[in-house]
Design a protein around this ligand. Sequence first.
Ligand SMILES: *[C@@H]1O[C@H](CO)[C@@H](O)[C@H](O)[C@H]1NC(C)=O
Length: 207
Amino acid sequence: MASLIGSNSLVDFDQRSLAVAAAAIAFNPIFWNTVARQEYHNKILTKLAGGNSRLACYGLAIVIFSIGIFRDFLYERALRSQPSHPLLETELSNYIAYALLASGNILVLSSMWALGVTGTYLGDYFGILMDEMVTGFPFNISDAPMYYGSAMSFLGTAIWFGKPAGILLTVEVLIVYLIALRFEDPFTANIYAKRAEEQKKVGKKAL
Ligand SMILES: *[C@@H]1O[C@H](CO)[C@@H](O)[C@H](O)[C@H]1NC(C)=O
């Protein structure tokens, strides 16, 4: 523990900005999961948008995107007031940071491209379902490329700034995303299973 406290610490837990960033990281997926589930059950956003579920989903997309930018800002601000580590300030570590940032961003952006706005931002919960499952890149290399890509970007930023505290916050990012997946995957699978059942019924009627 001595290395974690003292003046040569890896992480300075006395900085309030660290706790603020940690809170923002936890808040975001809790926020979008809570809002999306209420939408699925009560359609409050769709009602607010005058019954236009697509407009409601776009509105939520803007909010989720914005709180994501704000979280990234708080993360970088927290890193700036943290101690650096010499192992993270080498040429090699810089290359690793570049590679992580580049691949992380490729995963996130290509996911958004493949899914579209409503597919990326929880359209399923608004009743806007994809016609079929997206199986092309990057979904052929990861089942949650957006989350893993985002975590890679956090790690790349931590290494780029040379801050062990960033690695700690990246672990938190990964944990909250893995928890989010445990809530989201079964829920969306269920939404699509319901549609498949509906379609079967309609198909039988047509016969
Ligand atoms: C994933 O799909 C892309 C193009 O859609 C392809 O180039 C790539 O080889 C695929 N990767 C794997 C691991 O299947």
